[in-house]
Design a protein around this ligand. Structure first.
Ligand code: PRX
Length: 644
């Protein structure tokens, strides 16, 4: 494993404080988490810290709280009412600063709008919005009245939006006239219009004005937010929900075609996130924190909305693309706001590496104190580049491992407790209260330095409540691989110091530029193309995005492969899922390699796509198809080279 010798200030060996706290957290977990929970505002204390009926955990049972109260009300009772909560930077250079008192007022008014639209405790609200403050305000407004929000990433297509809205039976859909992306307008309202025709549960649509695009708002079902705000009250009493009342449902990809609606609680989720945020980001009152994720993913939910606001932090939110209008945009933003904590993804770092360090060095990044990485394994070169060029060799990097399902950070250095010696490429040790391990195929601990499967050995407060509407799938996906432990779906290695190195997904899930995309979901989209009968999707190692998408598709009898058909397929996938799912390479084949039982052997396709060895083929039903795939692949590759 690669070790980096760091300046002495990051090597507080033997990290006694951290290890003592960790030890205590595992010996007395309920007391430990109860102490953390007491730092939040509860309107009624819980009767029981944890009810663990495997695989279902319920935390702080009987406790009552409200997430919007924790994120805004409690701050406006203090000097923080005049503190900036959100520095919002628009893609075109417009900006807004919202104080906690402004945020409080807006959350209340939006909550009143929701109520006036007939939304109440337990109702589902779908949010299909760009990265604008209104998105965050609506999330908190839902939480205020006990409604459950589902944010749908604004890059998803009408079909993907409709699937998610129908799965939760959302009563209300909130969208915008459009969103800006690289100077162009994404026509969100038009996409939403198409989706809503397939969503009978949606009773009302609210439209936020962002781009001033000419859209039609058809009353009475549809309304502009601005019109509804005219009748809004300035205060809405927060609904005091039980700790296990769902705060939100967020869809993520799994190994089957249907995305999973991950349900998160209110109490356990907030306790976990508040504690983890403090431990990992070492936030001080005067910190300026910027997480570059999109609110449409879990990182945005936990690390832009709930954890920072619960702490009364000042958060930067940027609306647009990292390299728009120039590749210096991010460094301008750090300089402009004096960002102290900067949390981003390995893909972004690798993209900037490609532009060279000069454009970073032109900027004064001396305000930075801490850097963070999330979403995919960070390779040692990217780590070092980030550390040297962005962090000026001053800032520790917190490599944070977690998932949509875990709700909060699980493995990471914790400079807020005591900074561990860092190793580039390792997320280091689990957080207090979190017990993880690496096991082999037999479920027994894997030998040191040997690859195995990452598992979580005890419940944690941010843990998902389940998969919406499908307890069996929840049990099957996470709890059936190894008895009694949570299966994370990642390969990992534990080194001689007990440090964890997460290596990537062990299942049929891709990580493309940090986005989690299920191959089965993509295959469903490919085969819904009228000229394709069968398809297999695999990941190919990509130096910037981590993985890229490669499609092998079998055409219907009599259909000829052509460049237009390829383009048509890309457009079809964009329409079915969205731009993040558009394949990088498409190969039309006449056969797919299959096992004797008829299962497509992705291993073979993956090896072909990645140009690595194919391994044992004895279970292949018809080995000639492998030859054919290699041949098709090579011919196509050569063809492409010639074309250039
Ligand atoms: O494969 C791991 C990878 O991202 C997966 C979770 O994806 P998602 O639910 O979209 O959440 C991403 C942001 C929390 C994991 O199973 N992953 C996440 N963080 C890391 C990582 N892989 C390696 N190192 C990380 N720090």
């Amino acid at each position: 494993m690669t070790e980096l010798s760091l300046p002495f200030k990051f090597r507080y060996l033997p990290v006694k404080k951290f290890l003592d706290m960790y030890q205590k957290s595992l010996e007395e977990p309920e007391e430990f988490w109860a102490e953390e929970a007491r730092k939040l505002d509860w309107f009624r204390t819980w009767d029981k810290v944890l009810e663990w009926k495997p695989p279902f955990a319920r935390w702080f049972l009987g406790g009552r709280l409200n997430a919007s109260h924790i994120c805004v009300d409690r701050h406006v009772k203090t000097w923080r009412r005049s503190k900036v909560a959100i520095y919002w930077e628009g893609e075109s250079g417009d900006s807004r600063a919202l104080s906690y008192s402004t945020l409080y007022r807006e959350v209340n008014r939006y909550a009143s709008v929701l109520r006036n639209c007939g939304v109440g405790d337990g109702d589902k609200v779908a949010l299909y919005l760009p990265m604008i403050p209104e998105l965050l305000i609506f999330m908190l407004a839902c939480a205020r009245i006990g409604a459950i929000h589902t944010v749908i990433f604004s890059g998803f297509s009408a079909q993907a939006l409709a699937d998610r809205v129908n799965d939760i039976q959302a009563k209300l859909l909130i969208t915008a006239d459009g969103g800006f992306r690289r100077g162009k307008v994404v026509p969100l309202k038009n996409i939403a219009d198409e989706a809503v025709t397939k969503c009978p549960s949606v009773e009302k649509v609210i439209v936020v004005k962002r781009t001033n695009s000419p859209v039609t708002v058809k009353t009475p079902k549809e309304s502009w937010l601005d019109d509804l705000l005219k009748d809004a009250a300035l205060f809405v009493e927060p609904e005091l929900v039980e700790s296990n009342h769902p705060l939100y449902i967020l869809y993520t990809s799994g190994t089957t075609g249907k995305p999973k609606g991950i349900v998160h609680s209110t109490g356990g989720y907030l306790v976990h996130n508040c504690s983890a945020y403090k431990w990992v980001f070492n936030l001080r009152e005067e910190s300026i924190y910027w997480c570059t994720a999109d609110i449409g993913w879990v990182t945005g939910h936990s690390q832009i909305v709930y954890a920072p606001l619960a702490h009364g932090a000042a958060t930067v939110i940027y609306e647009g693309a990292p390299d728009y209008p120039t590749i210096e945009r991010w460094w301008d933003i750090i300089e402009k706001y004096g960002v102290t904590v900067f949390y981003t993804s390995p893909t972004a770092i690798r993209m900037f590496m490609g532009y060279g360090e000069e454009m970073v060095k032109k900027h004064d990044l001396s305000s930075l104190e801490l850097l963070g990485s999330v979403g995919e394994p960070i390779n040692p070169e990217a780590w070092l580049w980030f550390y040297r060029n962005v962090g000026g060799e001053r800032c520790p990097i917190v490599d944070t491992w977690w998932q949509t399902e875990t709700g909060g950070i699980m493995i990471s250095p914790c400079p807020g407790i005591e900074c561990l010696p860092l190793k580039r490429g390792s997320a280091t040790l689990p957080l207090p209260g979190v017990e993880v391990d690496v096991v082999g195929e037999d479920g027994k601990p894997a030998p040191m330095e040997q690859r195995g499967f990452l598992v979580i050995k005890r419940p944690w407060p941010g843990m998902l409540l389940g998969i919406h509407g499908d307890p069996e799938r929840y049990r099957e996906t996470y709890w059936s691989h190894f008895p009694g432990v949570y299966y994370a779906g990642d390969y990992a290695v534990k080194d001689k110091d007990g440090y964890f190195w997460v290596l990537g997904r062990a299942d049929e899930v891709l990580k493309v530029a940090g986005h989690r995309i299920g191959t089965a979901e993509l295959e469903d989209a490919v085969v819904s193309h009228p000229q394709i009968v069968e398809a297999a999707v695999v990941g190919k190692a990509d130096p910037v995005k981590g993985e890229s998408i490669v499609v092998f598709a079998r055409l219907k009898e009599g259909i000829e492969s052509s460049p237009d058909l390829k383009k048509g397929l890309a457009a079809h996938i964009r329409k079915e899922v969205g731009p993040i799912a558009v394949p990088d390479e498409v190969y039309f084949v006449t056969k797919l390699p299959k096992t004797r039982s008829g299962k497509v052997m992705r291993r073979v396709l993956k090896a072909v796509a990645n140009n690595t060895s194919i391994g044992d083929l004895t279970t292949l039903e018809d080995a000639s198809s492998v030859e054919e795939i290699i041949k098709a692949y090579q011919e196509l590759k050569e063809g492409e080279v010639k074309k250039k």
